[in-house]
Design a protein around this ligand. Structure first.
Ligand code: ADP
Ligand code: MG
Length: 397
């Protein structure tokens, strides 16, 4: 168990809080503030307990250079509104201006540093840069679960210089994800979709060991069907992953996990909104046609498995949900997951966007704020941004 920020005294302390405020912007405005809201409990707790708060986040991929459109001003504005308290944003990440602003912070006040990825040292996890960042503070709190799979200066490097503990969101993510892997209510059902098998090889192997059923859809399913020598016409699949897919199918024969592939598919000649399509059984995808969604029979089978699940872990949409009507397979299964009495966890940018577009996000037991981080966690990897945090000492009776 990791030491939580609630376990430490923070009054008067300068606290460097790493958050994941990598939010979508449009016209200089935050268009979705979910990630900001997710960290509010930690921020409010720290401010109420009299911490002097230094917020640090990345936004987009500026690759070590200042990109004016990726400045954090709109994010600081939105946070100030949500908190009902001003959060000034500095134009630097480190340096004398930052030091001075931090020294002027009163207990219970916050400021935000500039986009940490404007600095080359961030993604390189440069020790000098990490030390400069750490120097401004007495305590490091990591609440950026979505970035915890990266060993960057502001997610891991700083912990070499100041004590490091987990934020409340981080604790919630770790506890919920761990519980569902270590002591899941059974049956444990994993649903994996998305475009590529290559992104998810490790997690597939791990789920073959842990899950009772693994349901596969999306472009990834095409690669498995191709490995079984089904014709796929012009469908997307990964030619160079056929051997891996065969190995997975063999491993599933030896495992206690039941791996299920689609039995029918929605196929179209051209992938565009409202293009005509037909439903065919697997094995009947003709030349010139692309499989872009699971079919209704598959959706019904997967839905029934979800309805009877004790725990559901889902990453990746089951079809090209961005292009109607090829969202239908994902939506049908999502409705079953939403209704299921099983505990459901969903992680991944696209699948979460899909659930939101169906209006079902509120009916999922836990929406992880990680995409890549959640997958790494499910793979069983130790995430660098978690590894550096202090462990909780178990007190002797
Ligand atoms: P997540 O963000 O939930 O982890 P991924 O990024 O792995 O999911 O995959 C999402 C992408 O997979 C979407 O852009 C979707 O269009 C694509 N996809 C799903 N099914 C297919 C398919 N049959 N053919 C091609 N692309 C697909
Ligand atoms: Mg994605």
């Amino acid at each position: 168990m990791k030491l939580s920020v609630s376990d430490v005294e923070v009054k008067g302390k300068k606290v460097l809080l790493r958050v994941d405020f990598n939010v979508p912007l449009s016209g200089g405005q935050v268009v979705d503030d979910t990630r900001i809201r997710a960290v509010l409990p930690t921020i409010t707790d720290l401010l109420e307990r009299g911490a002097r708060l230094i917020l640090v986040s990345h936004l987009g991929r500026p690759r070590g250079e200042v990109q004016p459109e990726l400045r954090l001003d709109p994010v600081a504005d939105r946070l100030s509104e949500l908190l009902g308290q001003p959060v000034p944003k500095l134009d630097q990440v480190v340096g004398p201006e930052v030091q001075e602003a931090v020294n002027n912070l009163a207990n219970g006040e916050a400021l935000m540093l500039e986009n940490v990825r404007f600095e080359k040292g961030e993604e390189e996890n440069d020790p000098d840069f990490a030390r400069q960042l750490a120097q401004t503070a007495d305590l490091f709190v990591n609440d950026a679960f979505g970035t915890a799979h990266r060993a960057h200066a502001s997610t891991a490097g700083v912990a070499a210089y100041i004590p490091a503990v987990a934020g409340l969101l981080m604790i919630k993510e770790i506890e919920t994800l761990s519980r569902c892997l270590e002591q899941p209510a059974r049956p444990l059902v994993a649903i994996l979709g998305g475009a590529k098998v290559s992104d998810k090889l490790k997690v597939i192997h791990r789920f073959l060991k842990l899950a009772d059923t693994l349901l596969i859809g999306g472009g990834m399913a095409n690669t498995f069907l191709a490995a079984l020598d089904y014709p796929l016409g012009d469908s997307f699949y990964e030619q160079d992953l056929l051997i891996d897919a065969k190995n997975i199918l063999e491993a599933s024969d030896r495992s206690n996990c039941c791996l299920q592939l689609p039995v029918d598919l929605a196929v179209t000649r051209e992938l565009k909104p409202q293009s005509s399509f037909k439903i065919v059984p697997v094995g009947e995808v003709a030349e010139g046609w692309k499989a872009v969604d699971i079919g209704p029979e598959t959706a019904a089978i997967y839905g029934k498995v979800a309805a009877e699940a004790g725990t559901i872990l889902w990453n990746g949409p089951l079809g090209v949900f961005e292009t109607a009507p090829f969202h239908r397979g994902t939506e049908a299964v999502a409705r079953a997951v939403a209704k299921s009495e099983g505990f459901s966890i969903v992680g991944g940018g696209d699948i979460v966007a899909a659930l939101e577009s169906f209006g079902l996000a509120g009916q999922i037991s836990f929406i992880s704020t990680g995409g890549g981080a959640t997958l790494k966690f499910w793979e069983g990897e130790t995430l660098p941004g978690i590894a550096v945090l202090q462990d909780k000492q178990i007190k002797e009776e």
